[in-house]
Ligand binder design. Structure first.
Ligand SMILES: CC(=O)N[C@H]1[C@@H](OP(=O)(O)OP(=O)(O)OC[C@H]2O[C@@H](n3ccc(=O)[nH]c3=O)[C@H](O)[C@@H]2O)O[C@H](CO)[C@@H](O)[C@@H]1O
Ligand SMILES: C=C(OP(=O)(O)O)C(=O)O
Length: 427
């Protein structure tokens, strides 16, 4: 089994570059299915979610070339092959194959998606949208069957503000007949990025980034070239690292507006954040003050940074309360941080953390992507050598993390160790 080993205590210094956004990448790649000719996407992150989607597009007949962050997808020979199992379970965003394949082929069979276990993650709003557009949707043995004679534009009000449902309905609607209006749409930057790609492919979309999106269906879409936006969650992760373990860190390839909620919270804690057009500089932090955080939909504080932020709170003076209003059970990092001496507990939808508490190295396990990120940050400040298991979760969303952190002087390596669970079950 591969693990990360981190020798904590080395202050981080220098420049670190943010990659393309995971949550855009995983929607832009399926969006290419809708074109009639090759789509090229530049700046993609080297993460396993991207590689898994490449394999899924190849499974349905796509011709995909991926080198140095640039992926060219030729969809001209794709067919609506059923994808009930296998790779679709490896990531959350395989649900975008539903919208894209329904839009293009008017039929699809896609297994229920995987992704991080953060409490219930239903897809009822996606299905409600597909049905409103005229699709018949059934769940048969864990796979979603979608079929429509024809897709027709409709007015869809989302009961819950959902990133996935907003994008999925856009994907299904761009080739539908007539006008679709998505009300109570999510406003995340990734939605604008996907709308930009689709518009450059020939789609007619207005209002992406606001809570009402209007789409006028078109006959066909063609290939184009698109550069992805930077990953605001990776940027936020590096901001937290710099605040808690830094001795002067410059974060390159950031859109400061996209991380405003994080910047504001860090400043409230006493962290200096200097903004430039496309970069941030965080000097060494003198002391950290405890703050309360509540996750909200964009432009609020992102749920994806709640888990890493918990580590910062362990080093702040006083009691912090971090409340996740998006996911009821996104606190699996807390038990692992307690192993490392954090004074923390979960009460309902909140983590309560008392600090400052020195963290000690331990053997810990990443249960999901951002729990993994929080353990990496904890390992960087803990005394001794931390071993992190479950790194496949981390590698779904952070590309080249070891190299990037080594560039800041961190002592981190990926090594093979015997699998203790396997050894125990064999003995
Ligand atoms: C691949 C991707 O982009 N993942 C992101 C996306 O996930 P994802 O798109 O899955 O998250 P949503 O925005 O859909 O979920 C928001 C909330 O709505 C609920 N919900 C969602 C859809 C639905 O049909 N019914 C329903 O009840 C969810 O359980 C959750 O409580 O947005 C989340 C919220 O910012 C992020 O944490 C994820 O990193
Ligand atoms: C929850 C996340 O990802 P996914 O939706 O892909 O599981 C995340 O990126 O933090």
């Amino acid at each position: 089994m591969k693990v990360y080993k981190i020798q904590g205590g080395t202050p981080l210094k220098g420049n670190i570059k943010v990659s393309g956004a995971k949550n855009s990448a995983v929607a832009l790649i399926p969006a290419s299915i809708l074109a009639d000719s090759p789509v090229t996407i530049e700046g993609l992150p080297e993460i396993s979610d991207v590689h898994t989607l490449q394999n899924l597009l190849e499974d349905i007949g796509g011709n995909v070339d991926f080198q140095d962050g640039t992926m060219t997808i030729d969809p001209s020979e794709m067919i609506s092959m059923p994808l009930p199992n296998g790779n679709v379970k490896k990531l959350r965003a395989s649900y975008y194959l539903m919208g894209a394949m329904l839009g293009k082929f008017k039929k699809a069979v896609i297994g229920l998606p995987g992704g991080c276990h953060l409490g219930p993650r239903p897809i009822d709003q996606h299905i409600k949208g597909f049905e409103a557009l005229g699709a018949k949707v059934t769940n048969e043995h864990g796979a979603i069957y979608l079929r429509a004679d024809e897709l027709k534009g409709a007015k869809i009000y989302l009961d819950i503000v959902s990133v996935g449902a907003t994008i999925n309905i856009m994907l299904a609607a761009v080739l539908a007949k007539g006008k679709t209006v998505i009300e109570n749409a999510a406003k995340e930057p990734e939605i604008i990025d996907v709308a930009t790609l689709l518009s450059n492919m020939g789609a007619n979309i207005k209002g992406a980034g606001t809570n009402v999106i209007r789409i006028e269906g078109v006959e066909s879409l063609s290939g184009t070239r698109h550069t992805i936006i930077p990953d605001r969650i990776e940027a936020g992760t590096f901001m937290i690292m710099a605040a808690v373990a830094g001795d002067g860190v410059t974060i390159d390839n950031v859109i400061p507006l996209h991380v405003e909620a994080v910047t504001a919270k860090l400043r409230e804690m006493g962290v200096v954040v200097e903004e430039d057009e496309e970069r941030l500089f965080i000097p060494k932090t003198k002391s950290l003050k405890a703050v309360d955080v509540k996750t909200l939909v964009y432009p609020g504080f992102p749920t994806d940074l709640q888990q890493p932020f918990c580590v910062l709170s362990t080093q702040a003076e006083g009691a912090s309360m971090l409340t996740d209003t998006i996911y009821s059970a996104r606190f699996k990092q807390i038990d692992e941080l307690r192993r490392m001496n954090a004074s923390s507990k979960v009460e309902g939808r909140s983590a309560i953390i008392h600090g400052p508490t020195p963290l000690h190295a331990a053997k810990v396990k990443a249960s999901d992507l951002r729990a993994g990120a929080s353990l990496v940050i904890a390992g960087l400040i803990a005394e001794g050598e931390t071993e992190i298991q479950g790194i496949s979760h981390i590698e779904r969303g952070y590309g080249g993390l070891i190299e990037k952190l080594r560039g800041l002087g961190a002592s981190i390596q990926k090594v093979e160790v015997p699998d203790e669970d396997e050894a125990q079950s064999n003995s």
